[in-house]
Design a protein around this ligand. Sequence first.
Ligand SMILES: Cc1ncc(COP(=O)(O)O)c(C=O)c1O
Length: 358
Amino acid sequence: MSELKVLPRRRVAEIKEYHPPLGGRGGLRLDFNENTIACSPRVREALASVTAEAMTLYPEREPVEALVAAELGVRPGQLVLTNGVDEAIHVLFGAFLDEGDELLLPVPTYTMYEVYASATDARVVMVQAGGDFSFPRESLLAAITERTKVIAVANPNSPTGSVVGREVLLEIAARAPQALLLVDEAYFHFYGETVMDLVGKVPNLVVARTFSKAYGLAGLRIGALAASEDVLRWVRRVLSPYSVNALALACLPAAIGDKEYLNSYVAEVRAARAEFERAVDGLGVRRWPSEANFVLVEIGAKHREFATAMHERGILVRDRSNDPGCDGCVRVTIGTREQMRRAIEAMRDVLTELKETK
Ligand SMILES: Cc1ncc(COP(=O)(O)O)c(C=O)c1O
């Protein structure tokens, strides 16, 4: 066979390959910030009631979109459902980032912003957070230029768990009227603060939400993007009308309807987070305060060995050492209190073992 003579776009050839470690994930999954138990049983019922005939139809997202809009307190025209927040980021960047534009990113942050920026011809401008990972307000404001077109802020942020207040977000939106401010609220439920109520009032504000985390539907791939009609008009131009599949659409009303399930899962994770943070402090391991369903801990030079040894004990954690400013750091997803007690026990053993093999 002869060789392929076709090259990808230069930017695509330059992107670092991103392969999240999805294979062989048996054991306690504290590596992807998913729900660590199961989705609501009502979702299982909704799934079971999908008929074979229904599967033959192209999915119709509008009725469910209207339901989600009502749930989030925005108008139906101010919301689109997407194939996870990942697709929301992809289409938003695709619709707005042109050659010569800048995407402004406080880092460390969610990896996919940079990946999807590389599918455009925009330049990525990164602003490093300080050692405490608090939001780099001043340096971010100073980095805004007339070319800034999108500013992406995960709130709470991943992998740090840190948050930024509403006043600062409003300040950023006001200081960059030529840019969209994407506030990615993937971990909203574990935090409780939102700027969703400002959608439509702040013209350049875009808010993303996912059903992958607290709702436990990562496998169904559903997210939502809320913004003024003027912004979403352009997003809809590049969004596939069928990217949210029929099974996801069939399940979403049940997921949203089961408040009891959602509230009890979130309450359990919050209690587990507080207990886990105290236990990490007890181990003498540095950690950063988190408002999400994960905690970033500093393991030091042996971060890789730590993650491997945890895996050998049946607990998956995520080495984040390659993230900007995160040398030696590992991210641990928070599940239930019982799961986190197992994690702490394993951490204690592994850390002792690693100390002995200095
Ligand atoms: C900040 C942030 N945004 C978005 C996502 C992806 O969400 P989804 O599963 O809806 O694509 C993640 C997943 O880890 C995340 O951490």
